[in-house]
Ligand binder design. Structure first.
Ligand SMILES: O=C(O)C(=O)C[C@H](O)[C@H](O)COP(=O)(O)O
Length: 206
């Protein structure tokens, strides 16, 4: 798989935090039912790898691991069944580990130097993180000049209200965000609400 294939499934990649393993499968099913198949599960919680393993069995789900910060994270994500990895920033170590284990990487960048480092390692589809705090739409427009060959997935601080403006940029093909899986909805097991949020995200135009 090429990470750019991920953009063909819809305009939003949900960023998911799983605290309770038993939420993993119903949450993935709720998102897929709403038409959102590409799922980024952050490695922020102790059950994240087990959650990835469980979610991979959900028909239609395309499960990746977020918060890849080290070679060990890349190896663990691959072993858990993740089909892509997302990192908040980029290091050559993480890039090399992902290549070694065969985990397509969507690496995070926030500056021109980081774009250059990622491109030097052959990566041209990049997460712009933290999108809003790091300059938002003006920054993405500015980066389009020197980097016409880079496609971005802005993530961080994006809302349903601001997503359409990001998605309207020529160098943005998809955006990421946690709003599809509000913590209170997950805690309450309100899967219908998550399916509805997924449907609304899928309808955002780009
Ligand atoms: O753990 C990670 O590496 C991440 O994935 C960071 C997330 O991309 C942002 O936290 C997105 O979160 P929101 O700003 O709530 O949409």
């Amino acid at each position: 798989m090429n990470t750019l294939d991920l953009v063909t499934h819809g305009p939003v990649i949900p960023v998911i935090v799983i605290d309770r393993l038993e939420d993993a499968v119903p949450l993935a099913e709720a998102l897929v039912a709403g038409g959102v198949r590409v799922l980024e599960v952050t490695l922020r919680t102790p059950v994240a790898l087990e959650a990835i393993r469980a979610m991979c069995a959900v028909p239609g789900a395309i499960v990746g691991a977020g918060t890849i910060r080290s070679a060990a994270d890349a190896r663990a994500a691959k072993a858990a069944g993740a089909v892509f990895g997302v990192s908040p920033g980029y290091t050559a170590e993480v890039g090399a580990a992902c290549r070694e284990v065969g985990l397509p990487l969507l690496p995070g960048v926030a500056t021109a130097s980081e774009v250059m480092a990622a491109q030097a390692d052959g990566l041209n589809f990049l997460k712009f993180f933290p999108a809003t705090a790091a300059g938002g739409i003006p920054m993405l427009k500015a980066l389009a000049g020197p980097f016409p060959d880079v496609v971005f997935c802005p993530t961080g601080g994006i809302t349903p209200a601001t997503a359409p403006d990001f998605l309207g940029l020529p160098n943005v093909k998809v955006c990421g965000g946690s709003w599809l899986t509000p913590a209170d909805a997950v805690k309450a097991g309100d899967w219908a609400r998550i399916t509805q949020l997924a449907k609304e995200a899928g309808a955002l135009r780009r």
